[in-house]
Design a protein around this ligand. Sequence first.
Ligand code: PDD
Length: 284
Amino acid sequence: MIYFIDGHFTRRDELRISIDDRGYYFGDGVYEVIKVYNDELFTLKEHFQRLFASAAKIKMTIPFSEQQLIDVAKELIKVNKISNGHIYMQVTRGSSPRTHHFPDPAVSAVVTAYAVEAERPVEDMENGVAVKSVDDIRWLRCDIKSLNLLGSVLAKQEAREAGCPEAILHRDGVVTEGSSTNMFGIKDGVVYTHPVSNLILEGITRHVVLDLCKDLEIPVVEEAFTLDEAFEMDEFFYTSTTAEVMPVTAIDGIAIGNGKRGRLTKKLQDAFSAKIPSPLKGSI
Ligand code: PDD
């Protein structure tokens, strides 16, 4: 496996990371996960724009241009022969003896990236999954795709211990998002999801799905709903780069709708699949 670190492509066993990296001490950095379908990066512009936006929000300068990082991602796919999977890329505020404030004098941010092969979760996409509600104890800048993920880690673990692959997070009973996904309910043919704010990450997949709703003339209301309202939805699903459009069939053990993947959810999944790079456009 070839990784990218600090301006170089390096074999995994030769990779060196400083103990003074601020990502290691503080989670002081930002990241992106970008899907690869049939040798092509999906919605790559949007992901790199968000990476730079997240960096700006934490007052960190990325020592590469957007195009240079896109080229890094493409090279990682090529050298590691990844056809279907994803790229992970993170940027930390660099390596410097531990002080809470920014390094003074400033040091260069460190970019690390790798590519992995990963299957689409097709079985879960057909059968749907159960989720567990968990208190959203995260900070108030969830719009930043920060490396600081303890709130998400604890929520995901709580869900996992209840046999669920994802947690549905709520603040005082109001649903925000998932621990690593955006949440959507459907009632009487209308799609509901939390509006873009500091309380959720503005998901790229969320955006793709809202565009698909427009194409399919499915009405959307970007308004927060409560956990009690979530139980009453006809259909439910969540989205992310790796989960795509994932049907939710139960919340806290209570079936949503008929407890199966919903009709509109399936329609959105089909429309999403039609949008991803086709095998016919692969490298053959
Ligand atoms: N998670 N909300 C949160 C808190 C997330 O961490 C993510 C992504 C999303 C969905 O965003 P997108 O559609 O752009 O992937 C929403 C990534 C996949 C992760 O942490 O692995």
